[in-house]
Ligand binder design. Structure first.
Ligand SMILES: NC(=O)c1ccc[n+]([C@@H]2O[C@H](COP(=O)([O-])OP(=O)(O)OC[C@H]3O[C@@H](n4cnc5c(N)ncnc54)[C@H](OP(=O)(O)O)[C@@H]3O)[C@@H](O)[C@H]2O)c1
Length: 270
């Protein structure tokens, strides 16, 4: 049982919207941060069925003490039509995962999956611009990461995915927005790349296949993961053995929290 938060009439309210709701983690991340930083705010889980989304947003507009929200499935795409402004990443990805009301109760939304990942890499001291990147996986998180990598000026992006058509589709949509970057599909072969990223869910379980062959890595490469649990997946362990720099999945999440908090009006240093 968590300690009771010090909620008063002046506390700003934030939400995390989802359906189903019980799995959401944002409130248990944001509330301790609000407390730690002395911010008079609270985040609550809001169980919103898809059919009620329009009425829900209308209601929130009428509540001046409601600041904004983290957005999870199934609302990441449908909520866009009820927003007044979509940020750069949200427009590119075609989905948003956070939103906040401005002082005129205009709802501003964006996507920070990819920018969180890139911020995490940069904060760890790695260069992203002009790097040759192999991204293994082409799911929801990968889509956002691909656009952010292109936006950050990688020189080359190869996408490898079990379902090749999804990789092709993603590569083509990134090329449409970044025609000057070399982008294409490839097998999951890390040879010749500066940064190799696992964005698949392979690694969540100890018995999962490896997303690519670590025997093909060399020590000068950076191997990044987006899975947070376990912290050190089998592919990261194998890359470490080769002598590669490894980058965990957690920074992507932490940097997303900081990016969301900024739109909510707070500066939270990770
Ligand atoms: N650190 C963070 O902040 C953060 C944020 C979001 C997600 N994540 C983690 O990222 C992972 C992916 O999330 P997501 O939302 O992108 O999931 P998703 O949309 O379901 O995509 C899953 C990806 O993994 C691939 N995949 C799944 N099983 C596979 C298998 N047996 N063999 C080969 N490829 C397989 C899928 O390939 P196909 O297209 O062929 O199915 C797809 O590319 C999850 O583990 C999630 O926990 C972390």
């Amino acid at each position: 049982m968590q300690a009771t938060l010090n909620i008063s009439g002046s506390t700003k309210v934030f939400g995390c919207i989802s359906d189903p709701i019980t799995h959401v983690r944002a409130p248990s991340v944001f509330n301790p941060l609000f407390e730690k930083h002395g911010i008079d705010a609270v985040m609550v889980p809001l169980h919103v069925p898809a059919s009620g989304l329009s009425d829900f947003i209308k209601g929130l507009r009428m509540m001046p003490n409601f600041g904004g929200m983290s957005i999870t499935l199934p609302h990441k795409v449908p909520i866009m039509e009820f927003c007044d402004e979509i940020g750069h990443q949200g427009k590119l990805v075609g989905a948003v995962n956070y939103a906040a009301f401005d002082k005129n109760r205009r709802l501003i939304a964006d996507n920070c999956d990819g920018s969180g990942f890139v911020s995490g890499l940069l904060a760890a001291g790695y260069q992203v611009a002009q790097q040759k990147v192999l991204m293994v996986g082409a799911g929801g998180a990968a889509r956002a990461i691909a656009f952010s990598l292109a936006d950050s000026g990688v020189s080359h992006l190869s996408i490898a995915n079990r379902t090749e058509s999804t990789a092709k589709e993603l590569a083509n949509s990134v090329i449409d927005s970044y025609p000057n970057i070399e982008i294409g599909c490839a097998p999951p072969d890390p040879r010749g790349f500066d940064i190799v990223i696992n964005t698949t869910s392979l690694g969540l379980n100890e018995s999962d296949n490896l997303p690519f062959d670590p025997g093909l890595l060399v020590s000068s490469q950076i191997v990044a993961e987006i899975i947070m649990n376990p912290e050190e997946t089998r592919i990261l362990k194998a890359a470490k053995k080769v002598g590669c720099d490894i980058h965990y999945g957690r920074p992507m999440f932490d940097h997303q929290v900081a990016i969301q908090a900024k739109l909510f009006g707070y500066s939270i240093v990770i």
